[in-house]
Ligand binder design. Sequence first.
Ligand code: GLY
Length: 373
Amino acid sequence: MAAIPATNTETPVLILGGGLMGLALAHALAHRGRAVEVLSRRRSEAAGFVAAGMLAPHAEGLSGALLELGQRSLERIPAWVAQIEADSGLSCGLRPCGIVVPFATAAERDVYPTAPWGEPLDRQALERELPGIGPGWQAGLLFRQDGQIDNRRQLMRALERACVEQGVRFQEGVEVLELLHNEGRLDAVRVRDAAADIHVLQATTAVLCSGAWSAQLLPELPIFPVKGQMVSLQGPREALQRVIFGPGTYLVPREDGLLVVGATSEREAGFTEGLTPFGQRQLQAGLEALLPAASQWPPMERWWGFRPCTPDEAPLLGPGPLDGLYLATGHHRNGVLLAAITAELVSTCLVGDLHPQDEERLMAFNWRRFGAN
Ligand code: GLY
């Protein structure tokens, strides 16, 4: 086992995971003048490359502290994206297009948890907002403030470039095997590199951004995978202007007509890889019910991934089980939405600059809230 000395004069903050959350944290910390090194196992497995990119605290029907966190992140996204675009010179594909949630009846619409934030639609208004919507929907809620970002094709690439431009260092193909500590304080991490060699990297400060795999490193974290299968279709440009967020299926139209159709929610699948006929049929049935004409559009890509879920479906943010270790994981269905506020709050917490009000807010997402030791 070789011991690798710190690569910088300043021991870098290690980011454990090179997905969306890891990149967002690395970017925020680099902007705060910290040396940052991202350890990434396999980029393609990151939920940031799997998600549909909805920015949907209202359409998702969130409530309580999670709704407030989502709303705060939504407010910050334009400035966050502008910074990434300025650093990288690349567009992130932010599209504030609004999201419509359709309902079978007006009564169902009126009891939706976020109904007070939406504009009620009757069948006629629904048809105006979503030409071609299926006949089973008689009412809807339009959330003009919700939207989408092209995470798979644009945001991830732009954020990675922005990190490089800010001096963030990357180690690809590196699996973190163990967090080494001394009297409860993080000391180092043991890793296996792409050549299967084992190393120990000194680390006094790290952020765990390992998504669905977080509990493999820290079994005390109550995080488990929820598999999602997706498909994309090529539709005519401008066939659909707004996202449709139906029960069990949503349709996210990109600017060029690509329609992202998501997603199954499979808790029992664990980390089982691959597509299933059952999952794909479920997406097809949802698509037909929401937008019948889209069943004729050619499929482009099919994929799957694993959402990092917690018992209350809210993330784990802030100080972790070891001194010097911070958490930014467990975002379940809302990772793309929450990346901006997560990066802001966790990076501020790490540099010790958190406003007392934000400290209190962060407590709602502390990993110990489930009664873990
Ligand atoms: N954000 C929607 C999903 O996770 O399927």
